[in-house]
Write a protein that binds this ligand. Sequence first.
Ligand code: PAP
Length: 335
Amino acid sequence: MTNSDASVLSFLGDEGITEEIKDMMSSLPRQKGWMVKYMYQFQGFWLPPSLLQGTINCQKHFQAQDSDVILVTNPKSGTTWLKALIFALINRKKFHDSQHQHPLLTHNPHALVPFLEEVYYKYPQVLPDDVVSSSSSCPRFFGAHMAHVSLPDSIKGSSCKIVYCCRNPKDMFVSFWHFGQKMASKESLFCPIEEAVKLFCEGSFLSGSFWDHVLGYWEASQKNPDKVFFITYEEMKERPRTHLKQMADFLGCSFTKEEEEKGMVDEIIRLCSFESLSSFEVNRKGKLPNGIETNTFFRKGKIGGWRDTLTDSLAEEIDRTSEQKFHGSGFKFQC
Ligand code: PAP
């Protein structure tokens, strides 16, 4: 099987969608999407049927616990990396100096941290506890791509913690573009890059609008910094030590002086670096249960990699959109 096999594409199509969601879809704005057959606009954001079903079921059924940790990202913004970092951070006592091999050596981070929308797409009626118990994380740790407005009430209303990571839109778009070329069918990649950038800037893109997604979590983090920790991929790359320690403080598991002296901060950063994770066999040759080859999550892992794919004028188009959308918000990407 290759990445473009039916199992992967079905996640982006409408296979497995329940009658209830199909009914709902019929009343939502719909449009053809890049990489997906159709996307539906739900609570202001464009989702393929699978993510729509996953989001709605998650809103209905997910019961957050006060100790939960939720990582939210836009796709291609550092999900795999942050899943690894946070997993290693919150489970460090369990795996440091232990007899057991660290799970990240033998599992792709996506296999350790359930993706809420995918769990609730596949198991609409089932509580995810059985899925959670197999993830071996304590406290419970989930990933999600959903917009802030779409988070289940139980996440907003409990004391669980949200880490939000975003990435400069040029690198995010380019990462997505290459992912699409590998993963999606030719028909769904219906337009040249110029048109795809235009759709991206208009917000008519998978999980978009990118900018509204970022702003939703930026504003939430400004209002409630104890609830939402907002970080960028670029900040994490440039000062991983500082930000990992801040994240530990935020999650209530600060590094002790002794742990720092033992080099545990650097150990986690090293284990989760692009070079390290991408060298493990499970991430070179493995496959996730949904059929995606794990090596598709590791390409370059650099800041500014957009330069070999976007022309200056396409980059300017994205920069202009950022200026307009972030104007007055107090947030901007550093590069
Ligand atoms: P997802 O949202 O589909 O899970 P995600 O992990 O966010 O994808 O994005 C993949 C990007 O993160 C790739 O970026 P690139 O295409 O620009 O290279 C990938 O290389 C990068 N990435 C994966 N692991 C790491 C890591 N450990 N450190 C830094 N970047 C990483």
